[in-house]
Design a protein around this ligand. Sequence first.
Ligand code: ZN
Length: 275
Amino acid sequence: MNASLRASALRRAYLRMTLALSPALGVLWLAWDGQVLAAVLLFCTVLTTMMIGTLVPRCALFGPMIKRLPRADNQVLLTIDDGPHPQHTPAILDLLDRHHIKALFFLVGERAAQHPQLVREIVARGHEIGNHTQTHPATTFWMLRPVRLWREIAGCQETLTTLCPEQPPRFFRPPAGHHNIFTAQIAGALGLRMMLWSARGFDGVDQRVPVITQRIASRLQAGAIVLIHECTPVAVEVAQEVTALLAASGLKCDTPPASLAFGDDEMVVERRAAP
Ligand SMILES: [Zn+2]
């Protein structure tokens, strides 16, 4: 990736960090002035805000994100995270073909590098690939500093773009949906927009397929972005039920439209190559 682009993105990230830490000066000043209660209250307020913005997946406090498609398009988007998987990906691709569904696969860079033929097969069958970090550090992603964030997102972008130069990823999804104050800005510097979801069945932690399907069904409507995973023990069963559900819904199940509006700030996403 372009070195000057990296340097500029990291510079902006550290400026953000400085601004985010500035309330600490207020806490110190209040404590020094003897206003201990006010200092504690300010500290707790800032800390709570930071934790909510970081750990609540659909909270757009630290930057824009796509959480649904425009309802008027009468479309639903199926997103499939964590692949590719040597056994599950081919089975899921067959299910999608059977129901005439096109999906967006959020791939992990190092897994993609291990199974390049699967990545090319996903694209060849008319699906889209998205960036889901290079190593998928799910438990620590929320607290990564800018340099490591850049390595994760840019690394995956480079891996996937090298494998499929004709279709560079245009969307990024953070592992577990956790994103700190730097994530959207670094993804944006790489030409990516963050995409979360509006309907999920918690199949990453629950293996009861009927319950997972029911959770998704209860949130399925025009504009929904559905999330399932392809590396769980029940991945194929879940995909079987969810693809049948989508096919029966009467909604169009296609890859994201060429331009996609954010729900909150009306920004527009356009397909373009990573710098
Ligand atoms: Zn994931």
